[in-house]
Design a binder for this molecule. Sequence first.
Ligand code: SF4
Length: 207
Amino acid sequence: MAHWAGLGYYARARHLHAAAKLCVEHHAGELPRDFDALHALPGIGRSTAGAILSQAHGDRFPILDGNVKRTLARWHGVGGWPGTPAIEKQLWTLAEAHVAGVPEGRMADYTQAQMDFGATLCTRARPACLHCPLHDGCVALRDGRVDALPTPRPGKVLPEREAVALLLENTRGELLLQRRPPTGIWASLWTLPQADTDTELRQWFDG
Ligand code: SF4
């Protein structure tokens, strides 16, 4: 973790280390070739397992990262937020169907091309539909829904909370701070003393 410090994505470092240890323990120090064994390793989901097997070995497995989800949603005109299980399942089915048509020996190229296509051509903000080699069959382009697909994540309703804070300053200009509980909002941080209501705050003094 010290060597990784500053790079961000700390969970990846932890998963990488845990996966490496499991490979040494159970797979003679190699990444397993079997899909289920690979998928069972920490940090390797279905799409990553598919990407590894198709790119390293040319095996026929689909991927479904953010770029591929966007491209498939547009090309097939699939509405609904791709984060919902039903839509994700639909996109996996489409991804699988496309993989079945990839010529022998081209899986690694196909997998890479899908990621590049979404990253450079069918981009989130400004897709280059005019230059797109797939524009003839694109449902979103035909129906004028390119900007609307994929459907964005539904807005989150943020909870509202009211609190009363005590601003207590002594003659030297020092403020009274209180350490918050180790769990919950602003865990363990120092803040002005807070209570949910005026009455609760007054009780501190009355008591
Ligand atoms: S035509 Fe536009 S929206 Fe459709 S696949 Fe190509 S770049 Fe994406």
